[in-house]
Design a protein around this ligand. Structure first.
Ligand code: M6R
Length: 611
């Protein structure tokens, strides 16, 4: 999704903005640009392509000025080309803005502008907003008032920063629906879409709320107000992660680094929560809703993408440990079907970024219908974390690779603990609780063991890197792992892949099987092991190539599968955590073999802040 940076202070703005844009590259983008204010004018340099191209072709780091804004654009309105790239200026070329979000009524505003004689230079909704602010400046004589008046008329979402050569010592940021963070340094300010572009300068930040503006001045003063001009109180918070958390630390890609971080991130998700002796869990963030959890009749989990796959695993966990009915809903569909929410329903939103527009819309719908709404979110201070009544942070640290890996296993870590907590509230015995808690505690070491055999997966990846299709099959709690394995492969290697419950294969997908079809099975030792072995035989009988993820020491599978990747034995409900690690590695190494851009796959955004 688009990334925004703005700087005002004593230093040259362009190099700071350029570095900020590099930090935001992981969000996904197709164009980039910078505007600085200097000597009574604004200068914009922008183009389609990467931040490195922007620097190489347009030498942006030498742009003069100590105030400026920058942007990485992920196209919504208008193709990715130079005119559509941000920043956009008003008609007088004295006001410029960068914008993340969608101005839904931009056509109406555009018509109004054209009627008034204004000409537009791009196809974007964002330029319409810039020109509109310029028009309103002519009436108000104040950039702040012009921004306020314009935002009062727009429908849709925005995180934006505005600068003007008419008021070079002021910078204005505002948000509705798209994130914007203000970093407060010593005599300088930096706006950004997320804290990763700020941490090199300061750890002190204000997370702007929806419909809030921040007006910052070169003299070091700032105010926050609603767009309606009422003063707001903005808490200054501390960024929790360290700078090295957003650097590659010797790995070739962020994705690989994040896969290898999982023993630690999983441990961080358990720390202070898991109570081994009691076979129970303490989730401080849910204390305030304990009664609602005790009396919940039904749990609805809503999420998108990988987080939705985690939710499907959560459904198995909660139903089997706590015996509460669970429904899992795509957040993107939830509010459009007028969902039935009953008084004792608990709705849980799962999100790595905490900014996914569809998930946000789903929780607003659930809240409006009276549900208790909880969040399981990674990014501290994100919108979903703030808009939910209570919740649990994943503590996975910043996830930079577009393909979610460590956030997924951390989501499973939290969901398992949540299910255990609910189970213990509702009749799950201490002995059973202890057994699961002990196994959970052993998971980080088991993930580590899988990572120690990474070469085995790499060798398999070399053999299948030129495949055009893949099937992923699993049963029971491992079915969502098959979906997740297929999604990982699709996202970063562009190989078509589908996930199915293994027994569904014979109802259709079996027609696809031939010598060119690799099939990845999760075939660990559990109650339905024999059935999955039969499914493997069915694939082999049709000359399909089988890669089986098996329990350590399973000699039988070596005789029926072409390749076996072993994972340590664990509690059956915890298998998805371990089985997902080889899936992540397989997707990663196949993508590397194919020369794909693993951390920034085409067309994808890390956090999807548009519906
Ligand atoms: O930030 P969220 O967890 O809400 O994001 C949801 C999806 O957009 C995300 O999981 C997406 O599917 C990832 N690229 C998966 O790797």
């Amino acid at each position: 999704m688009c990334g925004i940076v703005g700087y005002i202070g004593p230093q040259a703005a362009a190099p700071i903005i350029l570095n900020g844009l590099r930090r935001l590259e992981y969000r996904g983008y197709d164009s980039a640009g910078i505007c600085t204010v200097d000597q009574g004018g604004i200068e914009i340099r922008k183009r389609a392509g990467k931040v490195a191209d922007l620097e190489q072709a347009l030498h942006v780091s030498s742009m003069p000025g100590t105030t400026g804004i920058g942007h990485t654009r992920w196209a919504t309105h208008g193709v990715p080309n130079d005119p559509n790239a941000h920043p956009h200026a008003d008609a007088s070329d004295t006001i410029a803005l960068v914008h993340n979000g969608i101005i839904e009524n931009y056509l109406t505003i555009r018509k109004k502008l054209v009627k008034a004689g204004y000409q537009l230079r791009s196809e974007t909704d964002s330029e319409v907003l810039a020109v509109f602010i310029g028009m309103l400046y002519e009436q108000t004589g104040s950039v702040e008032q012009a921004v306020r008046a314009a935002l009062g008329e727009v429908d849709g979402t925005f995180g934006l920063v505005v600068v003007s050569s008419r008021e070079p010592d002021v910078m204005i940021g505002a948000r509705r629906g798209s994130p914007l963070v203000l970093g407060i340094g010593s005599g300088e300010f930096i706006f950004a879409s997320d804290a990763s572009a700020i941490i090199a300068h300061t750890r002190q930040v204000v997370y702007l709320h929806d419909n809030e503006m921040a007006i910052v001045h070169r003299d070091g003063s700032y105010v926050t107000k609603t767009i309606g001009n009422e003063a707001t109180v903005s808490a200054i918070e501390e960024i929790e992660f360290e700078l090295d958390a957003i650097e590659k630390g010797g790995f070739d890609h962020f994705m690989l680094k994040e896969i290898f971080e999982q023993p630690n991130t999983f441990r961080d998700g358990l720390r202070g929560r898991l109570q081994l002796e009691d076979g129970n869990v303490r989730l401080g963030g849910l204390e305030s809703v304990r009664d609602a959890l005790r009396t919940a009749q039904r749990i609805v989990i809503t999420a998108c993408g990988t987080s939705w796959h985690a939710a499907l695993v959560g459904e198995y966990l909660i139903e089997s440990l706590a015996r509460i009915p669970v429904e899992v809903e795509y957040a993107s569909e939830f509010r459009y079907r007028n969902p039935i929410i009953q008084p004792n329903d608990v709705v849980i939103a799962i999100s790595q970024s905490g900014e996914t527009a569809d998930t946000l819309a789903a929780i607003r719908e659930a809240k409006m219908k009276g549900a208790t709404v909880l969040g399981m979110v990674n990014v501290v201070g994100s919108t979903i974390a703030r808009e939910t009544e209570a919740g649990v942070y994943l503590h996975a640290g910043p996830e930079i690779g577009v393909a979610s890996t460590k956030a997924f296993t951390s989501q499973l870590c939290i969901l398992t603990q949540f299910a255990l907590l609910l189970g213990r509230m509702r009749g799950l015995g201490q002995l059973e609780g202890r057994e699961l808690a002990k196994e959970l505690d052993a998971i980080p070491a088991k993930i580590q063991r899988i990572l120690e055999r990474v070469e085995d997966v790499e060798a398999i990846a070399r053999e299948y890197a030129s495949a055009s299709n893949f099937l992923y099959l699993g049963r029971g709690v491992n079915f969502p792992v098959a979906l997740e394995g297929a999604l990982k492969l699709k996202e970063i290697s562009y190989i078509h892949a589908e996930g199915y419950p293994a027994a569904e294969m014979k109802h259709g997908p079996i027609a696809l099987i031939d010598t060119n079809m690799p099939v990845v099975f999760v075939a660990t030792k559990d109650d339905i092991y024999d059935k999955i072995v039969s499914n493997i035989e069915e694939v082999r009988a049709r000359s399909g190539r089988v890669i089986a993820i098996a329990t350590e020491g399973d000699t039988h599978l070596h005789s029926v599968a072409n390749h076996v990747i072993e994972i340590p034995e664990t509690h059956p409900l915890l298998t998805p955590i371990l089985a997902s690690i080889p899936m992540q590695l397989l997707a990663y190494y196949i993508a590397v073999q194919r020369g794909c851009n693993v951390d920034m796959p085409r067309n994808l955004a890390k956090s999807v802040t548009v519906e």
